[in-house]
Every structure is written in structure tokens, then in C-alpha cells.
Design a protein around this ligand. Structure first.
Ligand code: NI
Length: 135
């Protein structure tokens, strides 16, 4: 099972402000800002060298990110791993005591690729993104 780091997710209260501050540190925006209505968030991907960070800001009080921010602002809260198959990776990780936190669903911010969230007590939340099978 090969897992490759795809991005690190950051919960931020204000997307535009976070982008401006990260840009001051040398990061550049690598995707158009996407609104994800299902998850009630706005998302931007930024890049510095080989590192990719996903900035995630809530668009509603009921967004899961609102709860995340209540625990601390601007915090990295997940590492996303790219895998060949979500089903295969999930089966493997379940043998390692990870539990499914959010079932596979399409992510508009990542070109409608499928993502899934899992959880383990020591690591916290991880995200899996499936490789693009269209090209
Ligand atoms: Ni993510």
C-alpha cells in the first residue's frame, strides 16, 4: 500500500486573509478558489516548493470547519494522502485500526476526484484522495 502526501489541510477563519498572509511567506495560489456547498466551505490550494497546503474556511455556522476553528485558529488539521484506490486503502487502514469518519464522496476542489476521511486515535483525521483515473 503506497500512500503519497497530497496536501496538508489548514482550517482558517477567513480565506482571503489567510491567502494574503501565506503569500507574504512566499506561498502562491495553485488553484482557483472553490466553494464546496456540501461541506459548507471555501477552499484554496497554495504551494511553496513541493509543499501543498489546502486552506479551508467555513461558509456557515453549521460547517464542520466552524467547529474545527473553535479548537484553535489556522491549525493544520489533516494530512491528505493520494492512493490508487479508496476501497483498497480503506480495507488496509481498517486492519491498522483506522475508522471511516466520512465515506467516499466527490470533492469539487480537487477536480471532482473522490476523497474519504478516516480517523485513528494517535494520528487524528486523515484524508485519502483517489488518483485521477481519467488520464
Ligand atoms: Ni484536504
Amino acid at each position: 500500500m503506497e500512500l503519497k502526501v497530497h496536501h496538508i489541510g489548514y482550517a482558517v477563519p477567513d480565506l482571503d486573509r489567510a491567502i494574503a498572509e501565506f503569500m507574504a511567506l512566499g506561498w502562491s495560489v495553485s488553484s482557483v478558489v472553490t466553494e464546496d456547498a456540501l461541506r459548507q466551505v471555501r477552499i484554496a490550494f497554495i504551494k511553496l516548493g513541493e509543499s501543498v497546503v489546502e486552506l479551508v474556511a467555513p461558509t456557515a455556522q453549521t460547517s464542520p470547519i466552524t467547529k474545527q476553528l473553535a479548537k484553535g485558529s489556522g491549525a493544520p488539521y489533516h494530512i491528505c494522502y493520494e492512493v490508487a484506490s479508496l476501497e483498497e486503502a480503506e480495507a488496509y487502514l481498517k486492519t491498522k485500526k483506522f475508522i471511516v469518519f466520512k465515506k467516499p464522496a466527490v470533492a469539487p476542489a480537487i477536480g471532482n476526484r473522490r476523497v474519504e476521511f478516516l480517523y485513528a486515535k494517535g494520528v487524528g483525521v486523515i484524508e485519502l484522495v483517489e488518483e485521477n483515473h481519467d488520464n
